[in-house]
Write a protein that binds this ligand. Structure first.
Ligand code: PEP
Ligand code: MG
Length: 700
C-alpha cells in the first residue's frame, strides 16, 4: 500500500466539481483508493463518499492506494490534487511546506472566511403576506405577472410490492439508465448559454452511478426492500450526512443529491414531476434544484423567487445564464403567498412586490411596454439589412455558443456568426472532445446558418476559463499567463485537432477561422502555419469531400495587436475587436473586478483610439474589421464604432434585431463626427455624455 498527505487548497474545499475530477482520476486505476480526513474515510471512486468527508479549504487529507497500479495511482492523484483538480489555486504558499495556511501562519483556517450562502438566507426577512418582500438579487430583469407557487410533491413508495431481487435490480438499472439520458438532455439544453453551469449535470450523472450508493441500494434490495424504497432510503441517509456538514458550500450539495434521488425515484414509481401552468407566471418555490431551473427555461416562466438558496446556489447561477430575472432567499413566508396574485419581480433590486399599488404597476408596465414595442418593430424588420439613413451598410452578426444558438441566430436576422466561442464544447467535461465530435458540431452550426459565414474562434481557455484536462502550471497572474492562442501553440496537438475538425466542417458552408489573444506577429504566423499544414495534409489524404479555402483572422484584444495592426493587416483576412479583453488590458482593470469593473468601460478614449488605429490599418490593406465584444451591443457605443469605420458588429442573438433597427436611425456623417469628438475626450464618462440615449432602443 502507498499513501501521501496533502492539504486541500481549493477555495471552497473538496466540493462537487473538484471531487468529481478526483473520482475520475481514481477510477483510472484498479487499486483500492481511499481518502482519510480526521476520523472519516471515503472511497475515492465515490463522489458522495468524498463529499461526506466535509474536507474544507485548509483540511489535511491522507490518500491511500492498494493494488497493482498503486504507485501510478498515487502519483496521478498527487499531481491532480496539487494541480487544483481543475480549479485555480490561490498562491498562499501552503503547498510548499505541506502545511495548511492555519498551521503555517497561526491564523484561522481559510475556511472560516468562506462566504456562507446560508447565513445570507438567515438574514433575509420572513415575507409578509403581501406588499414588498425583500430577498437577494440573484439575476437581473423585471417581470410582472401572476404568482404560481410551486409545491414540492411527495412521492409515495410504501405500497409498491416486492417483485424479487432480480426484477427489482433490473428496475433500478433501467431507471438509472433513463435518468442518465434525461440528464444529458437537460445539460444540452443549457450548455450553449451556460457551459460552465451545465457542468453540474456531469456531477448529477456521477451521483446516479456512485458505487457506494449503488452498493447500499443493492444490499437493501437483497434484504427484501423494493427498488424505490431501497433507493429512497439510501439516498436520504447520504443526503442527511452531506447536509449536516459544517461548510455550507459542501452542505449545499445535499440539494444535488436529493435532486438526483428524486429524478430516479420518479422514474422508478412513475410519479409525475411538478407541472407548470400554460400561462406566463412568476414562479415562487421553497428552493429550486438545478433540474427545476433548467426546465423553467423552456416554459412560460417570467422569473422566479425562492424562499431559500443563496447567490452561490446553482439555481441562481443558471438563472443568470438563462436571463431569467430571479430573487432568492426571500424567506419561507413567500410560500404562503396567494397563488394568482399579481406581482412585480425586480431581479436587480432583489424584491418581489405583491399586489402592487396601481402607480407602481403602471410605471413598471410602461417601462416594459416601451421596450416591448421597440423590440417588436425591430423583429418585424430583422431580415432587412442594417443601412444608415445616408446609405452606409453595416453587417450585423451574432455571437454564439452552440448549435441551439446557431438555429436562433439564423432566424434572428443575423447576417453571419461573428464569433463562435468553441469553449462550450470543451468546458464542463473531464476529457477533451474528439476530432470527430468537434467536426460534427461545427458542421451542424455551419449548416444551421444556411450559407451565411461562420467565424469559428479557436479554443480560448486559460485565465478565467481553466479546463481540468489541460494542465497549466500555477501562475501568479493567469490573465497575463498562458491563455488563448499562447496556450494552444504550447499544446499544438490540441490546436491541430481543432483545426482539422474546422477544415472538414467547412465542407458544409462558408467558415472563417479566428485566433484569440494574439499578442505578436510571430504567434499569428505560427497559428497560420498550423492551418496551412493541416490543410495540405487533408488535401493529400482527401477522402473525396474536398477541402475548401477558409479565411483567417485574429482577434484584437491585446493592445500590442492593435498597435501593430499595420503589420498584421497585409497578412490576415480580417480583424475582430474583442473589446472585453482589449478594455481590461488597455486600462489594466480586471473585467470581473468587484470595484474596478464598472470603470473598465470600452468607451474609454484610449480603447477607441486603438480601434481607430486597427480600422485605419485594415482599410489601408483592403481588410475589414468587426467588433465582437460586449461593447458592440451597447446602444451608446454603436454610433461611435460605426463612426470609427467598423464594418461589422457581432452581438448576442437577442440583440441582433434591435441593433439593426438602431443602425437604420443613424447617419454615417453624424456618427463620424461623434466618433471624432469621442476620440478627443478625457474619459469614458465624457464619451457617454456625448452620446444621448433618449432615442436609442435597448438591445437586451
Ligand atoms: C472579448 O474579449 O471581447 C471577447 C469577445 O472574447 P471573450 O469575451 O470570449 O474573452
Ligand atoms: Mg476575449
Amino acid at each position: 500500500m502507498r499513501e501521501f498527505e496533502v492539504v486541500i487548497r481549493n477555495p471552497t474545499g473538496l466540493h462537487a466539481r473538484p471531487a468529481k475530477v478526483l473520482v475520475n482520476t481514481a477510477k483510472q486505476f484498479d487499486s483500492d483508493i481511499h481518502v482519510m480526513h480526521g476520523q472519516k474515510k471515503a472511497n475515492a471512486k465515490s463522489l458522495i463518499s468524498l463529499l461526506t468527508l466535509g474536507a474544507e479549504r485548509g483540511a489535511q487529507i491522507r490518500v491511500t492506494a492498494d493494488g497493482d497500479d498503486e504507485e501510478q495511482a498515487i502519483n496521478s492523484l498527487k499531481d491532480a490534487i496539487r494541480g487544483g483538480l481543475g480549479e485555480e489555486m490561490p498562491d498562499d504558499g501552503s503547498q510548499r511546506d505541506g502545511r495548511s495556511p492555519a498551521q503555517s501562519t497561526g491564523s484561522e483556517p481559510a475556511a472560516a472566511t468562506t462566504p456562507k450562502a446560508d447565513d445570507v438566507v438567515e438574514e433575509a426577512k420572513d415575507a409578509p403576506a403581501d406588499g414588498l418582500i425583500e430577498g437577494i438579487a440573484a439575476a437581473p430583469g423585471l417581470a410582472i405577472g401572476p404568482l404560481f407557487v410551486l409545491q414540492a410533491q411527495s412521492i409515495e413508495v410504501d405500497d409498491a410490492p416486492f417483485a424479487g431481487v432480480d426484477a427489482e435490480q433490473e428496475r433500478l438499472r433501467q431507471a438509472r439508465e433513463e435518468a442518465r439520458a434525461q440528464l444529458r438532455q437537460v445539460q444540452q439544453q443549457i450548455a450553449a448559454q451556460a457551459p460552465k453551469e451545465a457542468a453540474i449535470f456531469d456531477v448529477h450523472r456521477e451521483l446516479v452511478d456512485d458505487p457506494d450508493l449503488i452498493q447500499d441500494v443493492e444490499e437493501r434490495i437483497a434484504q427484501g426492500q423494493n427498488a424505490p424504497r431501497a433507493w429512497q432510503q439510501a439516498v436520504n441517509a447520504r443526503a442527511e450526512a452531506v447536509a449536516a456538514l459544517s461548510d455550507p458550500m459542501l452542505a449545499e450539495r445535499a440539494t444535488d443529491l436529493r435532486d438526483v434521488g428524486r429524478r430516479v425515484l420518479q422514474l422508478l414509481t412513475g410519479a409525475a414531476g411538478a407541472r407548470l401552468p400554460d400561462d406566463r407566471v412568476i414562479v415562487v418555490a421553497g428552493d429550486l434544484t438545478p433540474s427545476d431551473t433548467a426546465l423553467l427555461s423552456g416554459r412560460n416562466v417570467l422569473g422566479f423567487c425562492t424562499a431559500a438558496g443563496g447567490p452561490t446556489a446553482h439555481a441562481a447561477i443558471i438563472a443568470r445564464a438563462l436571463r431569467l430575472p430571479a430573487v432568492v432567499g426571500a424567506g419561507p413566508g413567500v410560500l404562503s403567498l396567494t397563488p394568482g396574485a399579481t406581482a412585480i419581480l425586480d431581479g436587480n433590486a432583489g424584491t418581489l412586490t405583491v399586489d402592487p399599488p396601481e402607480e407602481a404597476l403602471a410605471q413598471a408596465r410602461a417601462k416594459q411596454a416601451a421596450w416591448q414595442a421597440q423590440l417588436e418593430a425591430a423583429l418585424v424588420a430583422s431580415d432587412e439589412p442594417a443601412v444608415t439613413r445616408d446609405g452606409h451598410r453595416v453587417e450585423v452578426a451574432a455571437n454564439i455558443g452552440g448549435v441551439k444558438d446557431a438555429h436562433a441566430a439564423a432566424t434572428s436576422g443575423a447576417e453571419a456568426v461573428g464569433l463562435l466561442r468553441t469553449e462550450f464544447l470543451f468546458l464542463g467535461r473531464t476529457t477533451a472532445p474528439s476530432e470527430a465530435e468537434q467536426e460534427q458540431v461545427y458542421g451542424e452550426i455551419v449548416e444551421a446558418m444556411g450559407g451565411r459565414p461562420v467565424i469559428i474562434r479557436t479554443l480560448d481557455i486559460g485565465g478565467d476559463k481553466p479546463l481540468p484536462y489541460v494542465q497549466v502550471p500555477e501562475e501568479a497572474n493567469p490573465f497575463l499567463g498562458e491563455r488563448g492562442i499562447r496556450l494552444c501553440l504550447a499544446r499544438p496537438a490540441l490546436l491541430r485537432r481543432q483545426v482539422r475538425a474546422i477544415l472538414r466542417a467547412a465542407r458544409s458552408g462558408p467558415v472563417r477561422i479566428m485566433f484569440p489573444m494574439v499578442a505578436t506577429v510571430d504567434e499569428w504566423r505560427q497559428a497560420r502555419a498550423i492551418v496551412q499544414e493541416e490543410r495540405r495534409a487533408l488535401v493529400t489524404s482527401d477522402d473525396g469531400g474536398g477541402v475548401p479555402q477558409v479565411e483567417l483572422g485574429i482577434m484584437i484584444e491585446i493592445p500590442s495587436a492593435a498597435l501593430l495592426a499595420d503589420r498584421f493587416a497585409p497578412e490576415v483576412d480580417f480583424f475582430s475587436v474583442g473589446t472585453n479583453d482589449l478594455t481590461q488590458y488597455t486600462l489594466a482593470m480586471d473585467r470581473m473586478h468587484p470595484t474596478l469593473s464598472a470603470q473598465s468601460d470600452g468607451l474609454h478614449p484610449a480603447v477607441l483610439r486603438l480601434i481607430k488605429q486597427t480600422v485605419s490599418s485594415a482599410h489601408d490593406h483592403g481588410k475589414w474589421v468587426g467588433v465582437c465584444g460586449e461593447l458592440a451591443a451597447d446602444p451608446q457605443a454603436a454610433p461611435i464604432l460605426i463612426g470609427l469605420g467598423v464594418d461589422e458588429l457581432s452581438v448576442s442573438v437577442p440583440a441582433v434585431a434591435s441593433l439593426k433597427a438602431q443602425i437604420r436611425t443613424l447617419a454615417l456623417a453624424d456618427a463620424r463626427a461623434l466618433a471624432q469628438q469621442a476620440l478627443d475626450c478625457d474619459n469614458a464618462g465624457e464619451v457617454r455624455a456625448l452620446s444621448t440615449t433618449a432615442a436609442e432602443p435597448e438591445h437586451n
